[in-house]
Structures are given as C-alpha cells and as structure tokens.
Write a protein that binds this ligand. Structure first.
Ligand code: GDP
Length: 301
C-alpha cells in the first residue's frame, strides 16, 4: 500500500499522475481538514472535496476546487437575495456538500467521506486526518482572521505574523495505515496549512519514522507554484525554499524531490537527508504529472 499526505492543489495534481501508473485500490490518501468550516449552512471540506473530485475526474482544473462545468444558480440567487457567499459554490458541488452535512448528523467525517467516495466509484481510500473540527487563526497586523477570510476576503494580501491552530485527534486507523505502508508520499502541498497539520497530529511523526517517506517540494526557487505558502512559511520562521521545506520534514524524510532550478541546493539538502532527487516538479500537463509520479514511486513501480 502507498499512502499519500495531501492538501488541495499540488498533491492532487501528483495523484492524477500516480493513478495512471498504479492500481488505485493500492492508495490511501490522508487529507488535511484544517480549513473545514460551515458556509451558507453547508459543511465545506475544501481539500477532501478536491481529492474526491480529482479521483472521480470531476475536478475543475482551472481553479482546483469545485466541479467542472458546474452552474452557479444558487450562488447568484443568494447574492440577489442579499446573502452573498464568501465561497463561490457551484450547484452540483453544493449538492455533495449538502449530502455531507446531512450524513454528518449520523456519522463521523471519516465515514461520510467513505460513503461519498464509494458512491463516486473511487477505489482509493480517502482518510480525513481527523474527525474533530480544527480551528485556525491567521495572525495579521489587521488582527486575527479565519483562513478563508485571509485568503478570499483579503485575497491573501495582508502581511502574516503567525499561523496558529489547535490539536486534533488522528482519524481512526490513520496511524496504523501510515505504519503499514510500503511508502508514504508527502505531496507538494502547503507545508504550513496542509501538510503541517497532518504531521503535527500526535503519533504521526513516530509512525512516519518507521516507514520509507518520500517528499516533493512545493517550493520552486523562492516561491510556491500557487497559494499562500511563502507568507505562511516566512511567518512561522522557515526559509522559503526547498531547503526550508526539507528542514521541516527532515526528522522522518528518506528522500526529497526538488526541482531542477534548485540543483544548487543539493549539497545543503544532503546534509539533512541522505537521498535527493533533482527533476522537473512543475506539473503543467498529464505528461509532467505521470513523469513526476514515476520519479516519486520509482522504487516501487
Ligand atoms: P494552498 O493552496 O497553499 O492552501 O495549499 P495546497 O496544499 O492546496 O497546495 C498548494 C501548494 O501546491 C503550493 O505550495 C504550491 O507550490 C504547490 N503546487 C501546486 N502546483 C504545483 C506543481 O505543479 N509542482 C509543485 N512542485 N508544487 C505545486
């Protein structure tokens, strides 16, 4: 079994490549839940939904959230009624979020996601990192704000002083799944708000130390390919580079994959971990994704 730790943009791109080269039923995907919250009365699990839609080929590839070719009738009507939404939720996407909200009355999140992925005929297991609700605060000179307030309302433009979130329990069986994996892949996702929350859960670091772990840098040169990772890393005292990311994961990382433009960092990274691979990590098309997936799983497939 291969286990992937995922956020909502970079890692799902890699998952598209991985599912082309191995049987999906051999995959466990542990997904960040830090950004889960209620919007317009429905429970939104941004990274889980992106992974669900990626594996069912429904994902809107332009935005990396929501369903392709969706309509926005409810969203527009809400605006007209004087209830504008912070998130732009499509109609089909909203139906799945409503289903999740209804199911959550009777089942924990891990079971709700399992019901949905089976309905979508997804063979990979999708495991929310926790069944508990996280709270995240982005500390800024304008005061503390929620993740979505920072990213959408403020468009990620305000400076960030710190990122703070609470401790949550691991999802049932999650530590077992990690310990029994042939390889754990830490995908190229935000190290502070996507991967950090998973590895900070009690027991995860210890479990990762027992297995072969390969990571892919989400930072190319001195910036992320997308999203607010640079601001968050800086605020939390990390260098914004592949070296900075490697330093965060070095306690349990066996191999790190960095981009060709960062080849000058090889010697420094080799001081932290024994195995560094240099290749193209920018996934512009399915060819790039499959090529990177082959590099990540090179020893297995
Ligand atoms: P957020 O968008 O920052 O909230 O976090 P996500 O975990 O959803 O993923 C965003 C991360 O994916 C960013 O840090 C990006 O640098 C990374 N990413 C997106 N596309 C690529 C890519 O093609 N290659 C690599 N190496 N990283 C990528």
């Amino acid at each position: 079994m291969i286990t992937i730790l995922s956020g909502g943009t970079g890692t799902p791109k890699l998952i598209q490549g991985i599912k082309e080269i191995i049987d999906e039923s051999n995959l466990n995907i542990i997904v960040n839940t830090l950004e889960n919250d209620y919007f317009s009365g429905v429970y939104v699990t941004p990274d889980i939904d992106t992974v669900l839609y990626t594996l069912s080929d429904l994902i809107n590839l332009e935005t990396w959230y929501g369903i392709k070719d969706d309509t926005f009738i409810t969203h527009e009507k809400l605006k007209e009624l004087g209830c504008p939404e912070l998130l732009r939720i499509g109609d089909k996407d909203r139906a799945l979020k409503i289903q999740k909200t209804i199911l959550l009355k009777n089942y924990p999140l891990s079971q709700v996601v399992d019901i949905q992925r089976k309905q979508m005929d997804i063979k990979a297991r999708i495991i929310p990192m926790s069944n508990q609700q996280s709270t995240i605060k982005i500390m800024t000179p304008k005061g503390e704000m929620s993740f979505h307030q920072f990213l959408i309302k403020e468009q990620g433009k305000v400076p960030v002083d710190d990122v703070v979130y609470n401790e949550v329990e691991p999802a049932p069986d999650m530590l077992n799944i990690i310990e029994n994996s042939e390889t754990v892949v830490i995908g190229p996702s935000n190290p502070i708000t996507s991967i950090g929350p998973i590895i900070s859960i009690k027991g995860v670091e210890k479990a990762l130390k027992k297995v072969h772990v390969v990571g892919v840098s989400p930072i190319i040169g001195n910036s992320p390919v997308s999203g607010p990772a640079a601001k968050f890393m800086q605020a939390c005292g990390h260098e914004v580079s592949a070296l900075g990311v490697c330093d965060m994961y070095s306690k349990f990382l066996d191999r790190f994959i960095i981009d060709s433009v960062d080849s000058d960092l090889e010697t420094k990274i080799e001081k932290l971990i024994k195995d560094v691979t240099i290749t193209n990590t920018k996934m512009r098309n399915i060819g790039d994704k499959v090529m990177l997936a082959r590099t990540v799983l090179g020893e297995i497939v």
